[in-house]
Design a binder for this molecule. Sequence first.
Ligand code: 6CS
Ligand code: FE
Length: 316
Amino acid sequence: MTPPVDEYPTRSNGSVELLDRRHPVVYPSVHGHGGGWPLSTEDVERFDRDGFVVVDRLVDAATVEALREEVTRLATDAAVAESGRVVREPGGDAVRSVFEVHAVSRLVAEVVTDAGVVGMAEQLLGSPVYVHQSRVNRKPAFAGKGFAWHSDFETWHAEDGMPTPRAVSLSLALTANYWHNGSLMIVPGSHRVFVPTAGETPEDHYRQSLRRQEVGVPSEEALAALVARGGGGGDDGGGADGGGVAVVTGEPGSAVLFDANAMHGSTENMTPFPRTNLFVVYNSVDNRLVGPFAARAPRPEFVASRRFDPVVPVGR
Ligand code: 6CS
Ligand code: FE
């Protein structure tokens, strides 16, 4: 069998020239669907242009409250910890992330399969989707640590064998996401540029990268170039050419959908307000994983699923 063509080479010691994205951001959504799609035309256009779109009031207050309790349970459950799904902060025992939460929580599974939720991913990706990864990220008051700038797709391509960026992340706020408590920062328009990174993938890299990522991150020059696009200043200019830095804020129950290749990161949380989000990554069933493009072995199932069965939307 001939190996698949690598259209997004990365993790080499060679060229780290920026590449234009070779694939669409939004795919036509016609796939066997009778009713209307959840996102408006403006939402879809915004996602296409900026690489992300905010959805207010996606989940009701009672469900958010129940999810918050569920997250506390998952973060402290001995059996979940035993299963290897829990990632702790560097140099401490504090729980940073819990992975594959939809497999260990019925409540999370209900949210992930809800037609109004999964429908947004199907609408953007133009196909049925499956769950590539799910996790909760906790940033406790005064203590939560940040995430270095990165494109998720760069990691998923290199380490998981995701061929193209036909995947979307949903981040659901379970506590208020303020501009100051470690919320998601995204460079608008960056999803249209692939930033190869320098350096080989170390063995079992995920053990390190999920705590503090150092390989698979863009150079400072590359990041500066993405932010400078559109000629604006440091804040998100909201222009068609992108550039600047957008901070995604929202009430509990609000969500942001962002493209697999959007350049993003977040700061630590030094405020008295905890910041907890549920992340779900939907990948198109037409973009199923092959072997890693730049790593010796695939990552474990709980970080990168190889069960490609489409999500069956509930309540459609
Ligand atoms: O490893 C992952 O799948 C995700 N986590 C990190 C820290 N970087 C890449 C991606 O967002
Ligand atoms: Fe990420």
